[in-house]
Ligand binder design. Sequence first.
Ligand SMILES: *Cc1c(COP(=O)(O)O)cnc(C)c1O
Length: 379
Amino acid sequence: MIPFNKPFLTGKETENILQAHKNGQLAGNGPFTQRCQQWLEHKTGCQKALLTHSCTAALEMAALLLDLKAGDEVIMPSYTFVSTANAFVLRGAVPVFIDIRQDTLNIDETLIQAAITDKTRAICVVHYAGVACEMDTIMAIAEQHHLYVIEDAAQGIMSNYHGRPLGSIGHLAAFSFHETKNVIAGEGGALLINDSRFSERAEILWEKGTNRSSFFRGQVDKYTWVDIGSSFLPGELIAAFLWAQLACADEITTRRLHIWQSYHSAFSALEGTLRRPTIPESCLHNAHMYYLLLESLEARTAFIQYMKEAGIMTVFHYVPLHRSPAGLKYCRIHTALPVTDMLSRQLVRLPLWPGLETELPSIIKHVISFPFHKHAIQL
Ligand SMILES: *Cc1c(COP(=O)(O)O)cnc(C)c1O
C-alpha cells in the first residue's frame, strides 16, 4: 500500500530530544522552544512567534486576543478545517461563511465587503494548499472597516505572497506542525503576531494568564496571575523534535516541490477532463498538497476506489462547514456557496511526502489509466 501520508524524519529528531533531557528542562519555553520561535521570527519576519500545542490552539489564542464577545462575527470560508471556525465559536462569536474562488479554492475576496455587518470584527483567511489568498485586497478591506485579519496558515509555512512570507501579513497568524503538514512535530503549532499591541498579552495568555515570561526576563520580581489564559505551550520534547524539522525546512520544501511538479507535468494532457491546481503569479507555494478536481462526486468516488485497488491511498476533504451539524448550529452563511458546494464534491488529494519519489511513476501511471472520459459520459 502507498499511504496517503508518511511523516518525514530528518534524522536529527532523537538526538535533539536527548539533548532536551540533558539540558535539564522538559517543560515548555526552554532552549529548543526559544530556538524554534527565533527561527520562525527570522524566517517569516513576524514580530513575535509563540509555539503552541497545535494550530487549533494558536487560533484559539487569536480569538482570545481579539476579545471577541458573543454575537461578534468573523468572516471566513466554509471550505476549511473545523478549527478555523471552532476557535471563534468557543468565544461565542459567529463564523459567517462566504464562497471560495474557482481557481485557488481560497476565500473569494470580492465577496467579503457584502458580508460585513456592524457585528463583524475579523476576517479569517485560509491559505489553502499553501497558496496565498489575495492579501492586498483583503488587508485593504480590513483597514477600511477596522477589522482584524487572522491568517489560518496551517498549510502555509515557507510559502509567500508577492515576496512576503505567509503568516507575516495579517494581524495574527497560525501555523500547524501536525504530522500531515510540511514541517511536523506530531501535534504542534505556532501563533505569529504582527501587531505589537498583542505581543505582551499573547505571552500572558500562553503562560496560563501569568506574567511568567516577564519574570524570566527579570522584568518583574515575582510572577502572578494577571489575566485569563491557559496552557498553550508545548513541552521541550516537541520543540526539540520540531527544531530538527525547521532546520531542514528548505530541503523538505524542495523535495515536495519536485514531487508536486512531477504530478503537475504528468497530468497536463488530462486538463479538460479534470482540473489541476492553479498557482497565481503572486504566489510562491510550498507544495503542501497536490489535488485534482474531477467531473463529479461519482467520478471521484470511482477514482478513489480505482486507486485503492491499485494499492494507492487517495483522500478527499472537506465536508463544507456550512453543511456540518455544528456549522448549521453555530454559524451562518451570507449567501449560497455554490463554488464550495461544487468543488468540495470534486476534489481528491494524491499522496505527497518526501520519500515518495520512487513510487511516483507508478502513481502517475495509475492516475492516467483511470477512465476519466467514461465517467464524464455516464453522468
Ligand atoms: C491542519 C489544519 C488546522 C489544524 O491544525 P492542528 O495543528 O491539527 O490544530 C487548521 N486549519 C487548517 C486549514 C488546517 O489545514
